[in-house]
Design a binder for this molecule. Sequence first.
Ligand SMILES: [Zn+2]
Length: 234
Amino acid sequence: MTETAASQENHYFNRAGWLRASVLGANDGIVSTASLIAGVASAGVPVSDVLLAGTAGLVAGAMSMAAGEYVSVSSQADSEKADLAREAQELRTQPEFERQELADIYVQRGLDPDLARQVAEQMMAKDALATHARDELGITMASKPRPIQAALSSAASFTVGAALPLAAVVLSPQSWITINTTVASVIALGLLGGMSASTGGAPITRAVMRVTFWGAAAMAATALVGALFGTTIS
Ligand SMILES: [Zn+2]
């Protein structure tokens, strides 16, 4: 029973983690691009300039997400690799100490010393490094960090989010650009927030209120700056 249940749970967990990362990327794309557009449009520049700024914001944001994610996941992978190398070395040089260390961990988790010793021996006979990685270091071999994949997926989800306010610019008459972009973006933020809250089993209303409030606040702030700056330079 345990093997199937554990792997199903693991799949569910991976999917939830993947979904959360995508929603986060899309959120970022919507908020930053919509705020940029609101700021530039409020300064009273031509539509072509608003589009140019929005597109540059999309590209810059996607690149920055990809680079940030790549660096962070790579360094996580490096430190896991170093931990595993150290553990493998210790298993070679002091196997008896390592077996006792593992048994002590199982005792802490509630097993009798004799049983803990037996469990440690049998687990280590099968795959000593995987056992120590999981039970001592908390590293599961199944969920290896993948820097390239993480970079590509966060850049992609940011791009999808950023495309929405850009589409609102293209589809709006000039005098409606700021209002249409912000309203469409706040609605999309609310939908995304509600979706991810319901997937994670969190209270939906609170999640929607929080994400729409802060999204609207970001857009209002840049619109204000744009309006002030636009008045100053023109
Ligand atoms: Zn160990």
